[in-house]
Design a protein. Structure first.
Length: 90
């Protein structure tokens, strides 16, 4: 019984990929501008829902767009500038 409990707990641990997908989903769920942009360009099946794989692709594209200095990180200022760009353009 103990072995089954340990195996179940180990299987339930999030993987790095699932953590990234979860963070991507949270990004779009908390920002309506980014959600609308993601739905417009990354909702492949047009169901008006962002699936985890669609969110991951949109988050990757947003990261590339927002990381103005190319250091691999998106600062608050870079985030705001990219969000304003999306809001004005799309």
């Amino acid at each position: 019984m103990l072995l089954l409990t340990v195996a179940t707990a180990a299987a339930a641990q999030p993987t790095p990929a699932s953590l990234q997908t979860s963070a991507a989903m949270e990004l779009f769920e908390r920002d309506w501008v980014l959600m609308n942009w993601a739905l417009k360009f990354y909702d492949r099946n047009r169901d008006i829902l962002i699936e985890p794989d669609e969110a991951a692709a949109a988050a990757d594209a947003f990261r590339r767009m927002a990381d103005a200095n190319g250091d691999g990180r998106v600062t608050t200022e870079e985030y705001r500038a990219a969000r304003a760009f999306i809001l004005a353009r799309y």
